[in-house]
Design a protein around this ligand. Structure first.
Ligand SMILES: Nc1ncnc2c1ncn2[C@@H]1O[C@H](COP(=O)(O)OP(=O)(O)OP(=O)(O)O)[C@@H](O)[C@H]1O
Ligand SMILES: [Mg+2]
Length: 258
């Protein structure tokens, strides 16, 4: 399928809380085969847009479609079953599960038995668990985390915890991958490794959207960038176009004074 048919699209997405307009009628197209950046100052509405796309928030207006099918009204689990997966801005790992088990949760949506039965000592569960465990180890290896598999999340530094969160997002081979500030808390080496992983992951049938404040990362891995400010897009284009956009320059120079 080409990037048009597999796109994640939003039309006139409107979201408000208690009368405050957080997203003011956004039209957006995240294409398969591209890495799209979503940038903007704190409070612009980036995470809220992700929440609308995943079904965590129900926008009061607009329509969201993936590959031409409407997602409106579908709960998050149904969207995840269609391969729409996100990582969280604030690391959300289960503290009592090992790193490997945390990643296995991300692969569970592909398995008949579901993750609960995979964790129970049943024959069907055991086979599924072994496969999930292999997949989890492969994702951890991609992120350079093989040696961390048997540790608890709390034993890892914050940067590595975030990479585990990303391993959990990619392990199930998503069709739409929404990453909310994946490089937050990563050191320089970890950020470089992450960029390499994301580039490697990019494929013709994957929609990848990256919310990020690290401009070097955004400018170097994204094909197109949307710039959000106070719930409205102020620019969309290639990294070059966005970098040279006067409104964008003003917003970013302005926000540096805060
Ligand atoms: N559940 C909620 N209830 C009330 N207000 C909310 C809720 N979620 C988001 N908001 C408001 O929506 C606005 C946008 O927030 P959002 O978290 O989407 O911004 P962001 O662009 O992700 O910012 P950051 O870069 O700091 O993560 C903020 O004013 C926030 O307070
Ligand atoms: Mg956010």
């Amino acid at each position: 399928m080409d990037q048009q048919t597999n796109a994640l699209r939003g039309e006139a997405i409107a979201l408000s809380f208690g009368g405050i307009k957080v997203l003011k009628g956004l039209d957006v197209e995240f294409r398969a085969g591209e890495i799209t950046g979503l940038i903007g100052p704190n409070g612009a509405g980036k995470t809220s847009l992700f929440n609308c796309l995943t079904g965590a928030y129900s926008p009061q207006g607009g329509t969201i479609t993936y590959a031409g099918s409407p997602l409106d009204g579908l709960p998050p689990a149904a969207r995840a079953a269609r391969g729409i997966v996100r990582s969280f801005q604030h690391v959300a790992l289960c503290p009592d599960l090992t790193v490997r088990e945390n990643v296995m949760i991300g692969v569970a949506r592909n398995h008949d038995a579901g993750w609960l039965s995979a964790f129970l000592p049943l024959p069907k569960g055991r086979a599924e668990r072994e496969e999930m465990s292999r997949n989890a180890d492969a994702a951890l290896a991609d992120l350079g985390l093989s040696e961390m598999a048997d540790k608890l999340p709390s034993e890892l530094p914050p940067g590595m915890q975030r990479l585990v969160e990303i391993a959990r997002a990619i392990v199930g081979k998503p069709s739409v991958l929404l990453l909310d500030e994946p490089a937050a808390g990563l050191n320089n080496t970890e950020t470089q490794d992450l960029m390499a992983v994301l580039r490697k992951l990019a494929s013709t049938d994957l929609v990848m959207v990256v919310v990020e404040h690290d401009m070097d990362l955004v400018m170097s891995i994204c094909d197109r960038i949307y710039v959000l400010n106070f719930g409205e897009f102020v620019a969309c284009g290639t990294p070059e176009e966005v970098r040279n956009n006067e409104d964008v320059v003003r917003i970013y120079l302005g926000s540096e004074d805060d």
